[in-house]
Design a protein around this ligand. Structure first.
Ligand code: ZN
Length: 302
């Protein structure tokens, strides 16, 4: 049984890049008679926009998407993340970190996804000041191994990282009390029985961390397919930060056709409703026909 998912963060409206991810994950699931679940990743309140979650669901409906089962909200599942952290603590894999951002950034080198934590608070190095610092809110980090983690992505092929060199011990629970994305995603993917993850290549760099967490928590690793990103004329991924235009819901068909074109789906005949374009995409879906690299939407659009 195939179970896939689309997992937007309610930090703004859906844009053309998130629509591409929605369509690709939907078509991959439905072309294999799978389920397609929607999960709202609302665990970072400082970055969220009020009303965005409802707007995202409304936008998906306007484009003809239908999700299976109820929508999951990460903000209501904190107890599951707490259980996972407790399990990692019981294995002596998690430890509190009292470093200020400024302190450890000054001592760090740059890895593949920002600064590599230098392990300052790792238990073996901590000796006596462990208890002394509890007046300060701690972040919780996981000890990562000095070994290569490799997986075979369905779109880009083999991808390898050494977490110790490339990432460092990473955060599970932030010092401000919010759960880290990496932990929440892994817990939810396992709890929802997700078998296939189709998402943007901006998350490729996170995948070895997630695979490592899956191994620590004795979960199965799903199949991964990381989609090409839609970028602007400067090569930047379309996002809220790069001012991606909001999707115009009076032009659903036209926008869907554009996204289908990016995904190398053959031209569809004229249709009565957006759902018919989703059906066409499912019928013509082939992961190995997708482009592998970023797509410049400003070059492509006439
Ligand atoms: Zn520290």
């Amino acid at each position: 049984m195939y179970i896939g998912r689309f997992a937007p963060s309610p930090t703004g409206s859906l844009h053309i890049g998130s629509l591409l991810t929605a369509l690709a994950s939907y078509a991959d699931a439905k072309s294999q008679q799978g389920k397609w679940l929607v999960r709202i990743e609302d665990i970072d309140p400082p970055r969220e926009v009020k009303g965005a979650a409802d707007e995202i669901l409304h936008t998906l409906e306007s484009f003809g998407f239908e999700w299976d089962d109820g929508v999951i909200y990460q903000s209501r599942r904190q107890h599951l993340y707490r259980d996972a952290l407790n399990e990692l603590m019981a294995q002596n894999l998690a430890y509190p970190c009292f470093c200020s951002r400024k302190d450890w950034h000054n001592a760090a080198k740059i890895g593949v996804d920002g600064f590599v934590y230098n392990g300052h608070c790792r238990p073996s190095l901590m000796s006596t000041h462990k208890i002394k610092s509890t007046h300060k809110q701690a972040a919780w980090r996981i000890i990562v191994p000095n070994e290569n983690i490799t997986f075979n992505d369905a779109i880009i092929g083999l991808y390898t990282q050494n977490l110790a060199h490339d990432i460092g011990d990473f955060v599970l629970l932030r010092a401000d009390g919010y759960w880290a994305y990496q932990l929440a995603v892994v817990v939810d993917d396992a709890e929802q029985g997700i078998t296939h993850i189709v998402r943007g290549q901006d998350l490729l760099v996170s995948t070895p961390r997630q695979i490592y967490l899956q191994r620590c928590l004795k979960q199965k690793t799903p199949h991964y397919a990381h989609l090409p990103l839609l970028v602007n004329q400067h090569g930047q991924k379309w996002s809220k930060q790069t001012l991606a235009p909001k999707l115009n819901l009076t032009q659903c068909e036209q926008i869907l056709r554009q996204v289908m074109h990016y995904l190398n789906i053959p031209n569809a005949p004229s249709v009565n409703r957006p759902q018919d374009l989703l059906t066409w995409t499912i019928q013509h879906w082939q992961l190995n026909h997708l482009p592998t690299h970023s797509i410049n939407t400003e070059k492509e659009t006439k």
